[in-house]
Design a protein around this ligand. Structure first.
Ligand SMILES: [Zn+2]
Length: 413
């Protein structure tokens, strides 16, 4: 279950009770107004006791909670700031309440429905003023890189590519030579996938000497191209001076793959994508003043700051990160690192966890599936906290109701 939040500006004379009636009377998604029903039921019981109540029993007259048991949707409707309607929906998918959202949008007095809560929209405005897209951020939205990112989420693929890049950079190398690389030997199947994937690697054809395999500096994109060149010119080996050319198929790692792997851009992209599953309010690869921020997100009325490190994360990185967290006023700071973390740094993190005003989490893994699960776990915990805060007023007002009823009983009638 996820929480989807919206807020809408409404006109001064907006009638929330009327909206509730309209929402509960539509046929497609059967909704029950829990608070209204409860209040009516309570008043009926009281009237059986000959107690007449002509004031709203619930302390907050502007809150309603609607429930659809068949669709498993829980909606809280709340008038918060002046002329602002807050709509919070607990549902498995957004599609299920699209219809209701359309109904709310078209309701008389509703001006514009925005994604997110009213307080979030204030935070978003503040952030938008100070955050600037960094060179990193530009790469994250670059089409050429975007195609590469999902292909290298697999850590085995990254390991193989990294080793090839370390050894040969982007130079075309015959497949036999590549097969001598340790990880290629060990992860043969994955390596084959890499060589077949033209997003990651490219083939080229090299003319070389079949006698001595001397160096060749001429490569062609196709065998046809290489053949044509051979026909047109006589090949004489620069090393053994023989004329016995051979066309060899070679592979090289594409330039954009090298860029995306170096500097951990892939990790930033991965975290960005996971956060985008949760909210539209995500900014990745941005700067504030001169500081680089990997991902900032607003979710459940909280500001998240996520730092991604594909290299080691040290003490100094931590101090800088906490300073950045202060600048964006983050409630939750998450460090995602693929490398081991020094014990001293862990100690400082624990200290922040115990004493700091922000929640701080550490995810240490090279495996995107694990990173995904751990991040989801953090988000789930925060969502639970938020769900409780959003739908709790009902439960809180129960003792209040009882107090009022008891008070009424003690009144003589
Ligand atoms: Zn030769």
């Amino acid at each position: 279950m996820k929480i989807y939040t919206y807020h809408a500006k409404v006109k001064k004379d907006f009638d929330v009770t009327n909206l509730i009636s309209q929402l509960t009377s539509q046929e497609e998604i059967k909704l029950v107004a829990i608070k209204r029903n409860y209040e009516e039921d309570l008043k009926k019981r009281l009237s059986n006791l000959k107690i007449k109540v002509d004031f709203p029993i619930f302390s907050d007259p502007f809150l309603e909670i609607l429930l659809s048991e068949s669709e498993k949707i829980l909606i809280s409707i709340h008038v918060s700031a002046p002329e602002t309607l807050e709509i919070k929906v607990l549902s498995e998918s957004k599609d299920k309440f699209t219809l209701l959202l359309e109904l709310i949008k078209s309701f008389n007095g509703v001006e514009k429905v925005n994604y997110g809560t009213f307080s979030e929209s204030k935070e978003i405005e503040k952030l938008k003023k100070v955050l600037k897209l960094s060179p990193h951020g530009k790469k994250l939205i670059n089409k050429k890189y975007k195609k590469v990112f999902p292909k290298i989420y697999d850590h085995k693929i990254r390991e193989i590519l990294s080793e090839i890049i370390e050894t040969f950079s982007g130079i075309p190398v015959p497949i036999e030579v590549l097969k001598d690389i340790e990880t290629v030997k060990r992860e043969g199947k994955t390596a084959d996938r890499i060589f077949k994937d033209n997003t990651l690697t490219s083939k080229s054809y090299m003319i070389t000497c079949s006698k001595c395999y001397g160096p060749s500096f001429v490569t062609f994109n196709t065998t046809a191209g290489a053949n044509k060149a051979l026909k047109n010119a006589q090949y004489i080996c620069p090393r053994c001076k023989k004329s016995s050319p051979e066309i060899v198929e070679t592979f090289y790692v594409k330039e954009e793959v090298i860029h995306v792997l170096r500097g951990g851009l892939w990790l930033e992209n991965f975290i960005d994508q996971v956060m985008r599953e949760e909210t539209e309010n995500v900014w990745s690869g941005v700067t504030i003043d001169t500081n680089e921020l990997d991902t900032v997100a607003i979710l459940n009325e909280r500001t998240f700051l996520i730092e991604c490190k594909d290299t080691s994360f040290g003490q100094n990185d931590l101090y800088i990160l906490m300073e950045k967290a202060r600048m964006v006023d983050a409630n939750i700071v998450i460090i995602v690192t693929t490398k081991e973390i020094h014990e001293n740094v862990k100690l400082v993190i624990t200290k922040y966890q115990e004493e700091g005003e922000r929640k701080i989490y550490l995810i240490k893994s090279n495996n995107t599936e694990k990173i995904y699960l751990e991040l989801q776990n953090i988000l789930r915990k925060d969502r639970e906290r938020y769900t409780e805060a959003v739908f709790k007023p009902e439960r809180e007002s129960l003792p209040e109701i009882l107090r009022q009823v008891r008070g009424l009983r003690s009144v003589r009638w």
